[in-house]
Design a protein around this ligand. Structure first.
Ligand SMILES: [Zn+2]
Length: 465
């Protein structure tokens, strides 16, 4: 064993304190303080957040036995001096702590990231680890809130990441944040294990851990990662997809691109999947996880049916669900298994208004296709000849005033008050009135009670209009 190695082992045992005063340890302390000041200007360690650790490089000692310098926790990172640092043994035990500073400084405490830093040292034989709270590393985990990975390709700066070229896809695992930094240790080590090629782990709504063989590699990569996250956020704002080679317009996809082809239902899958993930996240009753791509067709169908039923039960007013209902209805109407049932006064009223030259449009949370099928195949025959057009939630939610502005724009009336909106839902009446439309509430059997003094005219039948 080399003399230096023997000295380091002795230091770990608390015997040879003189080694701590040697040049390599001193210089590493200075380097950590200097880098913290620099990273502060980058916004990576502001508000006392973030942290850095560097191994004391000493040629005479194997890397696995080199001492470790770590910045303290909860201090102004840009105002640290070399004496403020902790020195740890290669196994992670503290062998030198800084002296306390007077009030208002807090008593010294080693970084909360210590156990996480140790994982990068142990599992990847790192030479340095940087923990950044840089805003871009935080935001990039939010633009895909259900994704467990950040992916990007065809960006020059990918070449700055170890083992990656321009054409490669860079994949960074994302772990979920916890209340206390130390609680991340297990999921961080799982991510390091699951992604053998990665040199970084993102923590959602929090920041990133980046390591490298040396402090130079850790710093260079940290800069490239932050650059790539910033690029992804900007491409996202431009509506462009950072994860594909062409960086073309973003498809309606978040939560990763996966294809479920159940053979029966194959439409807007990506959106459907993201909705399911959202439902699972919110604990919607009946929602089940989506099988992976290699799962058999039957299991995919079972899971899809369970999720669609859960969405219907939760009465999710979402466009993709309405489209699915449209598909089901079309088949039913085509096979004469379904009839659109309208109240008995509706047909006569539509006919009368049509004869008077009044244009009638439908605005429903059912898709336009579903509306066309319902009114085209009603229990009073094809009523579409009395209608001028159909609106659905693609113009907006029925309880939002903006939707009614949209519709009045589309209809090209002089004033929104030229439009009479008839509804049986109080919130829709309020939204339409907000856009300046005339409103009547139609009271039908089975409707929810109206608030007292709601102020709207009501009718029991369209005959009264
Ligand atoms: Zn942190």
């Amino acid at each position: 064993m080399a003399t230096g190695a023997a000295a380091a082992v002795d230091v770990a045992n608390g015997v040879c304190q003189s080694y701590l005063n040697n040049k390599p340890v001193r210089e590493t302390r200075e380097l950590v303080a200097e880098l913290c000041r620099h990273f502060y200007t980058q916004g990576w360690v502001s508000g006392t957040g973030g942290s850095i650790t560097i191994k004391v490089h000493d040629e005479s000692i194997p890397k696995s036995q080199q001492l470790i310098v770590m910045s303290p926790s909860g201090v102004q990172k840009e105002r640290m001096s070399p004496e403020d640092m902790y020195v740890l043994s290669s196994a992670g035990s503290i062998i030198s702590a800084p002296s306390p500073n007077p009030y208002p400084h807090k008593p010294p405490k080693c970084t909360d990231c210590a156990s996480l830093f140790m994982k990068a040292y142990e599992m990847r034989n790192a030479g340095a680890v940087i923990h950044s709270h840089g805003m871009e590393s935080c935001l990039v985990t939010m633009i895909q809130p259900f994704s467990k990975e950040f992916r990007i390709t065809h960006m020059e700066m990918i070449k700055g990441i170890d083992g990656h070229g321009y054409y490669d896809e860079l994949v960074v695992p994302i772990i979920e944040n916890t209340a206390h930094e130390g609680e991340l240790t297990e999921s961080l080590s799982e991510a390091i294990q699951a992604y053998p090629k990665t040199t970084a782990v993102l923590v959602r709504n929090h920041g990133i851990y980046v390591w490298g063989d040396s402090w130079i590699r850790a710093k260079t990569q940290a800069e490239c990662y932050h650059y790539l996250f910033d690029a992804a956020i900007k491409l996202y704002q431009l509506g462009l997809d950072w994860s594909t080679p062409s960086h073309g317009p973003i498809q309606r996809v978040f939560g990763g691109q996966r294809n479920v082809n159940a053979g029966v239902l194959n439409f807007n899958n990506a959106l459907e999947l993201s909705r399911v993930e959202e439902d699972l996240h919110q604990g919607v009753a009946g929602a089940v996880p989506i099988p992976t791509n290699d799962t058999g067709k039957d299991e995919v169908i079972t899971s899809l049916v369970a999720n669609v039923e859960a969405m219907i039960k939760a009465d999710r007013k979402i466009t993709c669900l309405k489209q699915l209902q449209g598909h089901i209805w079309r088949t039913g109407f085509q096979n004469n298994e379904l009839k659109g049932v309208v109240f008995e006064d509706v047909s006569d009223a539509l006919q009368k208004w049509h004869a008077m030259g009044i244009k009638v449009y439908i605005y429903s949370s059912g898709s336009r296709e579903a509306q066309r099928l319902l009114f085209g195949n009603s229990n009073y025959g094809d009523l579409r000849k009395f209608l001028c057009g159909f609106f659905d939630t693609t113009v907006g939610n029925k309880k939002e005033t903006r939707s009614y502005f949209e519709i009045s724009q589309s209809l090209g009336v002089d004033e929104p008050s030229d439009i009479l909106f008839v509804t049986d839902v109080f919130q829709e009446a309020v939204a339409a009135k907000g856009a300046g439309l005339e409103v009547i509430i139609s009271v039908r059997p089975g409707n929810g009670p109206l608030p007292e003094n709601h102020g709207f005219q009501t009718v029991q039948s369209f005959v009264e209009i």
